[in-house]
Design a protein around this ligand. Structure first.
Ligand SMILES: Nc1nc2c(c(=O)[nH]1)N[C@H]1C(S)=C(S)[C@@H](COP(=O)(O)OP(=O)(O)OC[C@H]3O[C@@H](n4cnc5c(=O)[nH]c(N)nc54)[C@H](O)[C@@H]3O)O[C@H]1N2
Ligand SMILES: Nc1nc2c(c(=O)[nH]1)N[C@H]1C(S)=C(S)[C@@H](COP(=O)(O)OP(=O)(O)OC[C@H]3O[C@@H](n4cnc5c(=O)[nH]c(N)nc54)[C@H](O)[C@@H]3O)O[C@H]1N2
Ligand code: SF4
Ligand SMILES: [Mo]
Length: 749
């Protein structure tokens, strides 16, 4: 009988629980995979993407030895001791010459791996690194910034119990982001008492299921949401009681006045939608028993993105859609995502830092300058910015101009190819890993996955890499570890006491992740989970009641110890917090515990919607969505192109009338040109596209070694960011406008 082992899918942030059967050569292949019914959130659900995860584990471009760049640009394999010594020495030199704030840290995790970032906090501390970022700062920082100002916290939505669901610029059929997405979407769609609203220029798979599909003209969501709000006010569909109890005094009147000034007819005309349809939608939302809504990249990577995030939140607040089942909630989490400081700005261009993250779109600019405060070295971990950030050409130029670039990855990615040093990590099946993007409510869970396979020879888990770097920097010594090792011998409680005292230690406090990893005694297949003990301790202090309801009561010390044991003991994940809907409004973290709706800068931006529409550049009459989620896309996590069973070439989607006008048919290639570059790409003529709108998939255009060992790489599809510009970004938080790239198409004969 084959043995099924518990793990999780690493291809999107849901991290559905999986069971895997190992086999093949040396038992190191993931031969069979199925949804894990014991997983508290996914409950056996899985989509089509994980079935060949073995292609991730056994990529032909895995790196299996530390690499050092030679003067001629080629790489040589070096041993780990040399690699760590040289990396530490070079970074220490940059720090000692130019200060820790000249070293930039980017990444820390992907869709399924989050522990690297937790351990990297120690490396950052040891090097005095001040500036950092991650992919979140090219998608979610607008939403974070607005939510933080309005409520002091981000909210999530309860699609299991809503009667009206809205997806604004999101296609969860393919992108998921909510538990068991397809099942949930079908349930809402099939229930005559529930309404599914989808706002998307394309008739997506989600839109096909919708009761109301608002096929806005690309980039006009601000006018749509403003019109919805204006109609709610005009038709008096506002939740007055909720507003009176929860909105800060005096703030609602100016907001209502600003929204009353919106011309509903004009705003609807901008979106290309019939006013009657928009009015019907507003009435459905205003009349909902429970309204749940989710905004994503279609609006967050688009014009007016921060304004849309603001208007979207106003829609939630003015309909009273927070704090009751089927609406929006603030979950208890073990990890605070996006909680960094938002008060300072980036050193060269002075860009707003939200949640501690420098906007991704300014990174290249902050390297390619002679400004004394420029970034001179970079650590890039578990992310592929040379491919995923706007303007790949500028990113490549910036990264190759650094004094030192260290890349920690499992594969020879577009970014790793630019590095001075590549430090090869073990895969997510070769170490313990954890899910961090779990926001379930009222029962939230935590999933610490066990290692399934011994690390591939020559690779190390990030926990070990960071511990070695911190030690090589001389920031920590064996003498520092000794009291913790002694406490560990006395048991978990004694250890926890020692750890609590560490928090206040100015020198060692910031190095806690490495101390935990080196001194907490754990079984081999859970070793990298050490840092989770620190998270459990913090949660036990911050969220005693939800933890107690989940069975982890007693003193914070007791709760942390029993919770950590439960996390270690439940290989498919464990419910760690049980919330109550009545707690939600108490989690509004603004100073006065009220919701702040009057944001003057955003109201000023709102007023600009009345200005005449700008005229499109006649050179570029198409709007390109550069990077769309499809059936077989998963950022750049699986690099082997044979993984994609559908749409293998990554076709450009185009409306039939546009294709006819150009005289091209599906399968034929066209030249696609933006202000930044020109590429050749096959097209897929699709009735789901509206005229003037074209779409390229996300995550293609990766170099991959040929199967027959032939020299050079095979490249499949277009890398979207060869076509994008870093300057096309949101004025408030710098997020890119990847869904709105002006483009031109020409027939090639
Ligand atoms: N299969 C798959 N799933 C994934 C990922 C993946 O790579 N592949 N990546 C994961 C990640 S990192 C993320 S952040 C999420 C993102 O998840 P989504 O945001 O759902 O992903 P996208 O497909 O990029 O964009 C969503 C939709 O925006 C629409 N859109 C384009 N222009 C506009 C517009 O002007 N207005 C509106 N309202 N909509 C517009 C597109 O037509 C598209 O359907 O997906 C996650 N899940
Ligand atoms: N034009 C355009 N650009 C986009 C988007 C778009 O829609 N359009 N979407 C954007 C979005 S929302 C996101 S989130 C980003 C995602 O882009 P990135 O942040 O670059 O993330 P991934 O492509 O997932 O890269 C993950 C990297 O981690 C490596 N990896 C996998 N497992 C491990 C491990 O265990 N340890 C280590 N150290 N490395 C590992 C993989 O090999 C890969 O190089 O892309 C963004 N870029
Ligand atoms: S929904 Fe996401 S995590 Fe779940 S199986 Fe599909 S890709 Fe994997
Ligand atoms: Mo993302």
């Amino acid at each position: 009988m084959a043995e099924w082992r518990a793990t999780a899918c690493i291809l999107c942030e849901c991290n559905c629980g999986l069971e895997v059967e190992l086999g093949g050569e040396a038992g190191r292949h993931l031969v069979k995979l199925r949804g894990d019914k014991r997983h508290p959130s996914s409950q056996g659900y899985a989509c089509e993407k994980p079935h060949r995860l073995d292609l991730y584990q056994h990529g032909r471009d895995r790196v299996t030895s530390p690499l050092r760049r030679r003067a001629d640009g080629t790489f040589e394999a070096i041993d780990w001791d040399t690699a760590i010594r040289e990396v530490a020495a070079r970074l220490a030199t940059v720090r000692d010459t130019h200060g820790g704030d000249s070293i930039f840290y980017y990444g820390g995790g992907g869709q399924g791996n989050h522990l690297p970032g937790a351990y990297a906090t120690a490396t950052r501390r040891a090097l005095g690194i001040r500036y950092r970022s991650s992919a979140l700062a090219q998608e979610k920082t607008g939403e974070f910034w607005i939510s933080d100002r309005m409520m002091g916290s981000a909210t999530r939505a309860d699609f299991d119990h809503c009667d009206v669901a809205m997806f604004l610029g999101k296609n969860p059929w393919h992108s998921h982001s909510i538990p068991r997405a397809r099942t949930t979407l079908k349930q809402i769609s099939q229930d005559p008492a529930r309404t599914l609203i989808v706002v998307d220029p394309r008739r997506t798979e989600t839109a096909e299921l919708a009761d109301i599909h608002l096929a806005v003209k690309p980039g006009t969501d601000a006018w749509l949401v403003a019109a919805l709000l204006a109609i709610l006010i005009e038709e008096d569909l506002i939740a007055h009681d909720f507003v009176a109890s929860h909105v800060a005094a005096g703030e609602i009147a100016p907001v209502l006045a600003a929204l009353r000034a919106i011309s509903i007819a004009d705003a609807c005309a901008r979106t290309g939608l019939e006013e009657a349809l928009v009015r019907r939608t507003a009435r459905v939302i205003g009349g909902a028993r429970a309204f749940a809504s989710f905004e994503d990249l279609g609006v967050q990577m688009n014009r007016n993105s921060t304004l849309v995030s603001y208007l979207h939140r106003l829609l939630i607040v003015l309909t009273g859609s927070i704090g009751k089942p089927g609406t929006h909630f603030i979950p208890t989490t073990l990890v605070d995502i996006g909680n960094g400081e938002s008060k300072h700005t980036s050193p060269v261009v002075g860009a707003r830092i939200v949640g501690g993250l420098v906007p991704c779109n300014v990174i290249a600019e902050e390297i390619l300058t002679d400004h004394p405060k420029r970034y001179r070295a970079m650590i890039v971990e578990a992310t592929n910015p040379a491919h995923s950030l706007a303007d790949s050409k500028a990113m490549r130029e910036a990264m190759t101009s650094l004094d030192t670039l260290v890349v920690i990855d499992i594969a020879m990615t577009e970014t790793a190819r630019l590095a001075h040093y590549v430090l090869p990590a073990s895969t997510q099946f070769e170490k313990a890993e954890a899910t961090f993007f779990n926001f379930d409510f009222p029962h939230n869970y935590f999933h610490l996955r066990r290692r399934l396979l011994a690390p591939t020879a020559g690779t190390l888990p990030e926990a070990e890499i960071h511990a070695r770097i911190v030690e090589a920097l001389g920031a920590i010594t064996d003498a520092d570890y000794a009291p913790f090792r002694a406490a560990a011998k006395l048991g978990r409680r004694a250890y926890a006491m020692k750890l609590m005292a560490l928090i206040a230690d100015p020198r060692l406090g910031g190095l806690a992740p490495v101390i935990l990893y080196r001194t907490l005694e754990l079984p081999d297949d859970l070793r990298e989970g050490a840092v989770v003990f620190g998270l459990a301790l913090r949660a036990a202090m911050a969220a005693a009641a939800p933890l107690a309801r989940a069975g982890f009561g007693g003193s914070p010390l007791e709760a942390a110890c029993t919770l950590f044991d439960a996390i270690l003991g439940h290989e498919s994940g464990v419910v760690f917090a049980v919330d109550e809907w009545s707690d939600v409004m108490k989690r509004i973290k603004t100073k006065d515990r009220k919701i702040h709706v009057e944001l003057p800068d955003l109201l000023a931006e709102l007023a600009t919607l009345a200005q005449p529409a700008s005229v499109a550049d006649p050179e570029f009459l198409f709007v390109l969505t550069a990077g769309e989620r499809r059936s077989f896309t998963a950022n750049t996590i699986i690099r082997d192109p044979s993984w994609r069973r559908k749409d293998p070439a990554g076709a450009l989607r185009i409306n039939p009338d546009d294709a006819a006008a150009l005289g091209v048919a599906s399968g034929q290639s066209v030249r696609l040109t933006t202000r930044r570059d020109s590429v050749i790409v096959p097209i897929d003529v699709s009735t789901t596209m509206q005229r003037g709108h074209i779409a390229l998939p996300n995550g293609l255009g990766l170099g991959y070694p040929a199967a027959d060992g032939a020299a050079g790489d095979v490249m499949t599809g277009v890398a979207p960011n060869e076509l994008t510009s870093a300057g096309d970004r949101d004025p408030f938080v710098g997020t890119p406008w990847h869904k709105h790239v002006p483009a031109r198409i020409e027939r090639i004969d």
